[in-house]
Design a protein around this ligand. Structure first.
Ligand SMILES: NC(=O)c1ccc[n+]([C@@H]2O[C@H](COP(=O)([O-])OP(=O)(O)OC[C@H]3O[C@@H](n4cnc5c(N)ncnc54)[C@H](O)[C@@H]3O)[C@@H](O)[C@H]2O)c1
Ligand SMILES: [Zn+2]
Ligand SMILES: [Zn+2]
Length: 379
């Protein structure tokens, strides 16, 4: 990794420091990812430069690569990360160099109408670093979820850094940065799972297994895991599923009704991102039950529901972004649960890999072989 000053004459002002680091980019739709040199500026006002230690591979990175999120290629991928703050912008007081942090993709503004009403977890104006990371030729990179952490260093808004207990190893702690938090929060916060609830979770990847762990933490009496892959159903049991349903072999809605006294589940969590699964989760609810949508749909997806079914069942349909978490409140608390042995983050780490193995990790994800491949960037 190099550090140099860009010629002052070139910029016509004070020379900012930039860093050349290795990072993983998706250059164009569907093309294999590339490990290349990324230029990262020093932090300006409100920003923090973070030395990434570990970053999980999330399905959303693959969605970016496939053009399923937007067309702003090239992307700097990676967004489930933990690391150490290297430097901060002149006005930053919330974090300092040397702090061990988990990165989040919803730095709340504190000023929008949602924040002002005391609901910062729904902040309507979350923000990222203002300065851009680029390729060596100056091409601006779009960092995945405003993070871009498959890189030795990344530039984020200071509010995207949440300090946590440094005894938590980065491979595990970083996972709170996206998928695991999204799943835990889908049960704990969006679904408001309570003591004695019955819960069904559709899709038992990293996100779904976290939703299962969240339902268990919240005191659900039964947690039904639904997947088409028996390996995932086995993992779901390890995270606390009390029953499993292989929906490639049986009708998920009927199976869930049979397991809940003919009624359906109080809370159904969709953690796949497919219309057919969303419909199953809708119909598998008990009366007045809650459907939580966590799986990310692509723009062309549609579902068709008779309005009378929507009305007649009552209850709630709730999309869940990031598990409706508030990183400053939830990350330190969940890390404490991890360190106290109450939340098994280590079990999500199927393997650790290098920055040059992200493309292969996507294939392993597609083949269903892993919950999370975690890129270890530096120790
Ligand atoms: N809402 C959020 O804030 C948020 C955050 C992170 C990820 N996500 C999304 O959550 C979803 C899951 O992410 P992941 O990382 O766990 O992915 P994953 O690929 O690891 O897991 C998906 C699981 O769904 C299963 N599956 C596939 N088709 C199915 C079907 N028809 N019925 C039942 N199960 C089926 C697969 O076998 C797999 O176990 C993705 O869409 C991802 O983009 C959402
Ligand atoms: Zn806000
Ligand atoms: Zn993610």
């Amino acid at each position: 990794m190099e550090q140099y000053e860009v010629s002052q004459a070139l910029l016509g002002g004070e020379a900012p420091m930039v860093h050349e680091v290795r990072g993983v980019i998706a250059r164009s739709k569907g093309a294999p990812v590339e490990l290349t040199t990324v230029v990262v500026p020093d932090p300006g006002p409100g920003e923090a430069l973070v030395r990434v230690q570990a970053c999980g591979v999330c399905h959303t990175d693959l969605h970016y690569r496939e053009g399923g999120i937007n067309d702003e290629f090239p992307f700097l991928l990676g967004h489930e990360a933990a690391g150490v703050v290297e430097t901060v912008g002149p006005d930053v007081t919330s974090v300092a160099p040397g702090d061990y942090v988990v990165l989040n993709w919803r730095a709340v503004c504190g000023q929008c109408r949602s924040c002002r009403r005391g609901r910062p977890q729904y902040c309507f104006s979350t923000h990222n670093a203002v300065q851009k990371m680029t390729l060596v030729d100056g091409t601006v990179l779009a960092p995945a979820l405003g993070i871009g952490a498959f890189a030795e260093m990344t530039l984020v808004a200071a509010g995207q850094c949440t300090r946590v207990d440094p005894r938590a190893r980065p491979e595990a702690a970083g996972l709170l940065g996206c998928g695991v938090m999204a799943g835990l929060g889908a049960s704990l916060f969006t679904g408001e799972v309570g003591l004695g609830d019955s819960v069904a979770v559709f899709g038992c990847g990293g996100v779904g297994c976290a939703a299962i762990a969240g339902a268990k933490l919240a005191g659900a009496s039964s947690v039904i895991a639904v997947d088409i892959d028996p390996r995932k159903l086995e993992l779901a049991r390890q995270f606390g599923a009390t029953h499993t349903v292989n929906s490639a072999e049986q009708d998920a809605v009927e199976a869930i009704r049979a397991l809940t006294g003919g009624n359906g589940a109080d809370v159904c969590v969709e953690a796949v991102g497919k219309p057919s699964v969303m419909e199953q989760a809708f119909y598998a609810r008990d009366l007045a039950g809650t459907l939580v949508q966590v799986g990310v749909p692509s723009p062309e997806m549609r579902i068709d529901l008779p309005m009378i079914e929507f009305f007649g069942r009552g209850g709630r349909l709730k999309p869940s972004w990031y598990g409706d978490c508030l990183p400053s409140r939830d990350f330190p608390m969940l890390i404490d649960l991890y360190l106290n042995g109450r939340l098994d983050l280590d079990r999500f780490v199927s393997e650790t890999i290098g920055l040059d193995e992200v493309e292969e990790a996507f294939h392993r994800m597609e083949r269903g072989e892993v919950l999370r491949s975690v890129v270890v960037v530096s120790s």
